[in-house]
Design a protein around this ligand. Structure first.
Ligand code: NAD
Ligand code: ZN
Length: 386
């Protein structure tokens, strides 16, 4: 029996304005092992972010220029590369290939850095490329959306969508460091601003009743762009995710359960069915609504609890219904239900779906009753007035 274990550790910083010349965070993250050499860095910027923050690319160049002279510790390889952002990034194999070629042309070695700055989609794509070139070069992520700062950008996975399925291709690869720059969030569209709330409600409902109460109380303010409330949400949600990865006993998902993916079996299916017209955050919101109504039918949530869940989602502007839920497959059942088997297949083994049991606790189920699911979807249709 061959046996060894390898410790995994990486810092997750919460900071502001990290490309200000005076900020040490990026330099500290890259130099964190205390190696006495110059670090070679390929910076990649999400094109949507670059459009929203036109001075960013220049600021990154200046940041590295100030630390790149004789005796400097950082070397920026070429100007930052712009990579496609948004859901299309995760189906863009041409962009992955170009990024791999750029890494090759610039002679990145395993100890060189890819500094990826952007939303969860671009981070998943750039992280995938960085994870397979030389079987893995060092990756520093700078997540720039609420959802990526509280969930997608802080964990150990990357992924591409392929074969009509979310994250069909990807690797488990821990980052070298993560830097959450809270100032990045100010330029997000309304839809991308509230997307992170869906993941926060997801984890609060199944793990943290007090956090859920706070989110219910602040949902409307967050929807109205209360920056301080959003920052509290991002920090707390990130902590819950990080604690789960570190302490949940299955960081690389070898088992059949994915306890933090409450609401995700239908969310992933809806993203694909809508051809990404529904973002991940919006789809997760609808997924939470479906599974909460289902949990109520199964006696796991009270009517009052499910009503609080739906109200909190809607209060900040997240959807609880989509016309795609009305699409039927040839056997007359909602097409979204195919997402259950796809979810099972992705994880392997027996179907395992996490549902809330009251607020702040969870239960894993291995079957879902199709009739009750149709009932849950119908109740959401009625609520939406359809
Ligand atoms: N790897 C994981 O563990 C994990 C976990 C959860 C979700 N995800 C993935 O994350 C993706 C969703 O990520 P997301 O919600 O961050 O959205 P996104 O990455 O799709 O970004 C949404 C939009 O915001 C733009 N943008 C990014 N930063 C901006 C900024 N600061 N200002 C203005 N615009 C900005 C992007 O260009 C894009 O157009 C999904 O594909 C999902 O599968 C991955
Ligand atoms: Zn998610």
């Amino acid at each position: 029996m061959q046996r060894f274990s390898v410790p995994v550790e990486y810092p997750v910083y919460f900071a502001r304005n990290v490309f200000d010349p005076a900020s040490q965070v990026v330099a500290e993250a890259i130099c964190r092992l205390g190696e006495s050499r110059r670090h070679r860095v390929l910076a990649c910027v999400d094109s949507g972010l670059a459009a929203a923050q036109p001075s960013l690319v220049e600021r990154i160049k200046e940041y590295f220029h100030a630390r790149g002279g004789a005796g400097g510790r950082l070397e920026l390889l070429a100007g930052p590369v712009l990579l496609p952002g948004g859901p299309a990034a995760k189906t863009d194999w041409k962009a992955v290939r170009e990024l791999m070629w750029t890494m090759g042309n610039l002679h990145l070695d395993r100890q060189s850095f890819v500094l990826a700055i952007g939303g969860g989609s671009m981070l998943d794509m750039a992280g995938f490329a960085a994870g397979i070139v030389h079987r893995g070069v060092r990756l520093v992520r700078v997540p720039t959306t609420t959802l990526s700062q509280c969930d997608a950008g802080i964990g150990v996975k990357n992924g591409m969508d392929e074969h009509g399925k979310k994250n069909f291709v990807g690797t488990f690869a821990a980052p070298f460091a993560v830097i959450n720059d809270l100032d990045m969030l100010t330029t997000l569209s309304h839809a991308d601003w509230i997307a992170g709330v869906a993941e926060a409600l997801k984890v609060a409902i199944i793990k943290d009743a007090e956090f859920f109460d706070e989110l219910c109380a602040s949902a409307a303010a967050i929807g109205n762009r209360d920056q301080a409330a959003m920052e509290r949400l991002v920090r707390r949600c990130a902590k819950l995710h990080l604690d789960h990865i570190a302490g949940g006993g299955d960081p690389f998902e070898l088992g059949s359960a994915r306890p933090l993916d409450f609401g995700h079996w239908s969310a992933h299916k809806l993203e694909i069915m809508s051809m990404y017209q529904l973002s991940h955050g919006q789809a997760v919101s609808i997924g939470i609504a479906i599974d909460s109504c289902y949990a109520a039918q199964m006696g796991l949530l009270s009517e009052q609890e499910v009503s609080r869940v739906l109200t909190s989602l809607e209060a900040c502007g997240l959807p609880t219904w989509s016309a795609h839920l009305g699409r039927l497959s040839t056997d007359g059942v909602p097409e979204v239900l195919d997402g259950l088997e796809e979810f099972r297949e992705h994880l392997g083994g027996a179907l395992t779906v996490t549902l809330p049991r009251g607020i702040g606790a969870r239960v894993e189920v291995h079957t879902m009753d199709a009739g009750a699911l149709v009932g849950a979807i119908e109740s959401l249709r009625r609520r939406a007035g359809g």
